[in-house]
Design a protein around this ligand. Structure first.
Ligand code: BGC
Length: 720
């Protein structure tokens, strides 16, 4: 650290001030005299965002900033594959470096508290452990390429409504065990070089100015020595921000010298109100980050973008991210020996890369599902398409499609308070929907094979706005319902960034797939799964409730709140609620089917050493990947006073098995993740509801007749 202290001593106050606030929309000021370059940032993590002018939210408009489009973080989480998380991070880091960036603003690790949060597609899971396990390798992959990851949004940015001012009220135990735990453990394990403070308030203090969050926790308790960057426009008071651990203030306006940590801070230092040593600490941390990413060092990795290898890797991730929710009568995979197929639904042809808010990117290309299907089947199969519904006219595209002439939505994002998207349809929208539905239904009669590809899009999964309901938009429920009546074998594929109500569709569709925004190769991956070239192995990283009113937030909590929002559901977020209170769900956390079948035998727990062992056999005739999930919880649980969830995820392992192959598994459990209760139960499942083995865990007990419930796992059935 000493060398940084020496450099800091050489800097003038103006030079230091230049380094700790935005001097462009995505960069700070360097110190040319001492060869200190500006710090260059860019949004991620679905790819490196296109370049904007330095002081205006206008795309530069060049065509050399088109990049590899990676599966969204929600898609990545559905792979439950730590290696793929590392691979994704590597692709992003190498692309960011290839585009000359120093800091990539991701990943987002906020917990999915409500399925209605507009940014859920950018987040991993409703579960802290899964989030941590996937974010850690992702960040390591990014930083391997001499680029800083930026862990965001610290903290409590669990909704978009009123995000600039929202005061979060949450009990201390929940705050730590669910919401802050992810930041603490990721920081400890992955050592991200930077963290982004969020817009929200905790206990009435803005997170970026909170002494508790930034000084007491981040710096003192967690010993974080990386750079704390504010979200764009998240600082409100000079003194508070300067004295909090914040190192760089960024914002969306171009009056850079007026930022709190620019001239106002300089004046406060000159008047003696704030001590200069506060600024020195920030500059030291920025210089340390520069050292970590090897700024100015000839051995710094050069990076590369749009490489064929990156495209291969994002395809691999996309393949494992798609989730087979239901497959009655083994309708899937479809045969390639068919004459004609009708594909219905706008998401078959819609591209998603350039939407969603700051996660938008210019993709080098994006293979849509329709293109993927046509590419796979070739010329001998007639593949026709009809929209069935349209989003046109109802798209509020202020969040998407920036081009050189248009100002990006972000220019006005500090003032732009958006209500939740209620998907309101006018009378004429309804007439149009009916017309399109009837056209599709009439056409469907002439085809044997129908694939429906609908769901959400970035008009719903979007920054700065939450969804007003979990219903499928554009009258898709009516359309799918009618289709299933005419063609009960219709394969239903839903794309999107968050769950939709599936009460009727989930019940009636025989084959149902869910696909998060899966990157530039997503359409190809989907086609490979539909036609059996790839065996699905994605599992949902969040619960799909039957309907919104079943969610813990609707039941106990508050959303979207007003000036404040109270997390009254406490730790009962996602499956911690559904499972504990036996609430029926459409698809439970961790659920995902395969085209093959697995058998689980001989499971036992070595209670002294906390090693779980057993065997998994692929009893089918295709290679496949089984996902073992390990949960643990006290035998006494529930009630809203003590607030103890029944199960919490503590381990998982994905195992690849050839046809008829058996593999022994041995899983070491981490003692620190095991609840401090005397009466504990361990569960091994293929989802939180689908438990294949369960055992009491009292260490040292001589009882070897385990309370095990072993059964053959049945695939193709929907667990409720
Ligand atoms: C978002 C951040 C993003 C930043 C810069 C903000 O609106 O909340 O996630 O990194 O803008 O674009």
């Amino acid at each position: 650290m000493n060398e940084w202290k020496n450099i800091v001593k050489e800097l003038t106050l103006d030079e230091k001030i230049g380094m700790i606030h935005g001097d462009g929309l995505f960069r700070t000021k360097g110190v040319e005299r001492l060869s200190i370059p500006p710090l260059i940032m860019s949004d991620g993590p679905m790819g490196v965002r296109n370049d904007f002018k330095n002081d205006e939210w206008k795309a530069v408009g060049q065509n050399d900033d088109y990049v590899t489009y990676l599966p969204s973080i929600s898609a990545l989480a559905s792979t439950w594959n730590r290696e793929l998380a590392y691979t994704s991070g590597e692709v992003l880091g190498e692309e960011a470096r290839g585009r000359g960036k120093d800091v990539i603003l991701g990943p987002g690790v906020n917990i999915k508290r409500t399925p209605l949060c507009g940014r859920n597609f950018e987040y991993f899971s409703e579960d802290p452990y899964l989030t941590i396990e996937m974010a850690v390798p992702f960040i390591k992959g990014v930083q391997k390429h001499d680029v800083a990851a930026c862990l965001k949004h610290f903290a409590l940015n669990n909704q978009e409504t009123n995000r600039m001012n929202l005061n979060v009220v949450v009990d201390e135990k929940t705050l730590h065990s669910i919401y802050l735990r992810v930041f603490q453990e990721i920081i400890e394990q992955a050592k991200p070089y930077s963290v982004m403070g969020s817009y929200s308030k905790l206990y009435d203090e803005f997170c970026c100015e909170s002494d508790y969050l930034t000084n007491q926790l981040l710096r003192s308790k967690w010993q974080y020595d990386g750079v704390l960057i504010t979200d764009w426009g998240a600082v409100h008071n000079t003194k508070e921000a300067a004295e909090a651990g914040v190192d760089i203030e960024m914002s969306v306006t171009s009056n850079f010298d007026d930022y709190c940590m620019a001239n106002p801070l300089k004046k406060a230092i000159q008047s003696g109100e704030i001590e200069e040593v506060e600024i020195d600490k920030k500059v030291e941390r920025i210089l340390l980050l520069m050292k970590r990413i090897k700024v100015g060092d000839p051995t710094r990795k050069p990076g590369a973008y749009n490489t064929p290898a990156h495209r291969e890797k994002v395809l691999e991730v996309a393949r494992e991210s798609i989730i087979l929710l239901k497959n009655e009568e083994k309708i899937l995979p479809l045969s390639k020996n068919i004459k004609s197929i009708l594909v219905i639904g706008e998401n078959a042809v819609r591209q998603h890369a350039n939407g969603g808010g700051s996660a938008e990117i210019n993709a080098l290309y994006e293979i849509t599902p329709l293109m993927g299907i046509k590419m796979l089947l070739g010329g001998n199969v007639k593949v026709d398409y009809i929209p069935g519904y349209e989003s046109k006219g109802q798209i509020d595209d202020s969040n998407s499609h920036p081009d050189a002439s248009d100002l990006n939505w972000q220019a006005d994002s500090l003032n732009n308070k958006r209500e939740t998207n209620n998907n309101a349809m006018t009378e004429s929208d309804r007439e149009r929907a009916k017309e399109l539905r009837e056209e599709a239904l009439a056409k469907a009669k002439n085809y044997d094979t129908i694939i429906y590809i609908g769901g959400l899009n970035h008009d719903f999964d979007v920054e700065n706005q939450d969804r007003g309901s979990m219903k499928l938009p554009y009258e898709q429920e009516e359309l799918i319902g009618a289709l299933l009546r005419v063609k009960p074998e219709t394969v239903v594929v839903l794309c999107g960034g968050s769950p939709v109500e599936l009460e009727a569709i989930g019940e009636n569709a025989k084959a149902l797939l869910f696909m998060y925004y899966a990157g530039m190769e997503g359409g190809r991956a989907l086609a490979e799964i539909l036609f059996g070239e790839v065996n699905p192995s994605g599992h949902i990283a969040e619960t799909f409730p039957m309907k919104y009113t079943d969610t813990p937030i609707a039941e106990f909590g508050e959303f979207p709140g007003g000036e404040s929002v109270s997390y009254q559901e406490g730790p009962f977020v996602g499956y911690r609620y559904y499972d504990t209170f036996q609430q029926t769900v459409a698809f439970p956390f961790g659920h995902g089917l395969s085209y093959t079948e697995f058998e689980y035998t001989d499971f036992e727990l070595d209670r002294e050493n906390l090693v779980l062992s057993g065997s998994v056999t692929n009893s089918g005739d295709r290679e496949g990947k089984a996902l073992l999930q390990v949960y643990c919880g006290p035998t006494q649980y529930g009630n809203m006073v003590e607030r103890i969830p029944k199960k919490e995820l503590i381990q998982f392992e994905k195992i690849t098995l050839l046809p008829k192959e058996t593999k022994a598994v041995s899983i070491q459990l981490e003692p620190r993740l095991i609840h401090a209760s005397k009466e504990l139960q361990l569960y091994v499942g293929t989802s939180v509801n689908d438990i294949i083995f369960s055992q009491n865990m009292i260490p040292g007990s001589k009882d070897h007749a385990f309370h095990a419930c072993m059964k053959k796992h049945e695939f193709g059935t929907r667990k409720t």
